[in-house]
Design a protein around this ligand. Structure first.
Ligand SMILES: NC(=O)c1ccc[n+]([C@@H]2O[C@H](COP(=O)([O-])OP(=O)(O)OC[C@H]3O[C@@H](n4cnc5c(N)ncnc54)[C@H](OP(=O)(O)O)[C@@H]3O)[C@@H](O)[C@H]2O)c1
Length: 350
């Protein structure tokens, strides 16, 4: 830490930087840790900005879109040479924004670095409830939680007793969808990529059944065995061959929440989906969702979900990587299924 003549405090600021745009599967070496950066912990007088100390960073599959130059305005490419961005939890160090003060805890989009100057502090959510783990605001109480809540209750429009299938079911979103669906009174089956994850789904999250998709060479047969009566709700996380196998197994008037398609994110040419006629004949509703659309309803979401967390009705498994230096490995691990539960990076605990 250093001060200049005006008592401006300057500290070193490690950062994770995107080295070059990514083709195919992202690698750790697509990013590097810059250890020579520094930042002033003073906001300019009269500015509306906030400086936060980053505590927990969230690894999310959508970040892959931002590692490639594309034309999707929702996912602008990260500028090369600057720290990458993502959701995180931080503590306000200095604020020119009247609604936040030094010491406040917040979650929202921040930089992958120790300290970040937030130029649009109105996008941050102030954290008022600290009797739960702070890291939960990267997961169950943050963006993935809002995704689950909106996707399951609004888009899937569940009815008690319905049959629910979730792919990538042990991750940040999937583990919650399954638990919400069980609490609602549905029959729930999930798929995941290892025996360890399958056990987690059945024993920890209370799914009725689960299977390791990597051991199934015929997804259609695997689904027919678990859903002889068909699927009412599919919470889609992987796309491609799995989506194609699900369509003929859907029941009439089934709903599909198209939340993500991670099996397609690293492909140069996305796979085709061939069984679309089922959408017509079975009157299936497929609807995409983006968490951001539901952020204005965050307070309502917390009212519903926070009590379930406090009462232990919903549990949350995190996979915690220690230190910014381990953040690139944690992020790319999402695409090989290395994470067990929500992938979080701890930058600092306070
Ligand atoms: N729409 C939204 O607003 C929104 C918000 C959050 C997340 N999402 C989407 O929801 C999905 C899950 O996100 P999450 O944050 O919960 O991630 P996550 O499940 O915690 O981590 C990603 C998991 O995806 C699985 N996976 C990776 N490559 C795969 C492949 N080729 N085929 C099948 N599975 C693969 C891996 O689990 P296995 O070991 O099981 O393979 C991996 O652990 C993603 O598609 C993501 O883009 C969307």
């Amino acid at each position: 830490m250093a001060t200049n003549g005006d008592d401006e405090v300057v500290v070193s600021n490690k950062q994770v930087i995107l080295k070059s745009f990514v083709n195919g599967v992202p690698k750790q070496s697509d990013m590097y840790l810059n250890t020579t950066g520094s930042i002033s912990l003073r906001v300019e007088q009269g500015s509306n900005t906030v400086i936060i100390k980053n505590l927990y960073l969230s690894c999310d599959p959508y970040m892959r879109h931002r590692m490639t130059l594309g034309d999707d305005p929702e996912f602008a490419a990260y500028p090369l040479g600057s720290p990458i961005e993502g959701f995180g939890v931080g503590k306000v160090v200095e604020s020119g924004y009247p609604e936040l003060k030094k010491g406040d805890l917040v979650w929202g989009v921040t930089g992958w670095e120790e300290y970040t100057l937030i130029k649009n502090p109105q996008t941050l959510f102030k954290i008022n409830d600290t009797d739960v783990p702070l890291s939960y605001y990267t997961g169950i109480l943050g963006m993935p939680g809002v995704t689950t809540w909106a996707g399951f209750y609004e888009i899937c429009a569940p009815k008690k007793g319905e049959y629910v299938y979730i792919s990538a079911a042990s991750g940040a979103v999937g583990q919650l969808v399954g638990q919400f669906a069980k609490l609602f009174g549905c029959y729930v089956v999930g798929s995941a990529g290892s025996e360890e994850k399958v056990e987690l789904l059945k024993k920890k999250f209370g799914f009725d059944d689960a299977f390791n998709y990597k051991e199934e060479h015929d997804f259609d047969a695997a689904l027919k065995r678990r859903f002889p009566q068909g699927i009412d709700i599919y919470f889609e996380h992987v796309g491609g061959k799995m989506l194609d196998a699900v369509l003929p197994n859907m029941r009439t008037f089934g709903r599909i929440a198209a939340c993500g398609m991670i099996s397609q994110y690293n492909l140069e040419h996305p796979e085709g989906v061939y069984n679309m006629t089922n959408v017509v004949t079975k009157r299936i509703r497929i609807q995409g969702l983006l968490a951001f659309d539901y952020f204005p309803q965050y307070a309502k979401f917390l009212e519903v979900v926070l009590p379930s967390v406090r009462e232990g009705k919903v549990v949350y498994v995190e996979d915690v990587a220690e230190g910014l230096e381990n953040a690139p490995a944690a992020l790319v691990g999402l695409f090989s299924g290395r994470n067990v539960g929500k992938q979080v990076v701890v930058v600092a605990r306070e």
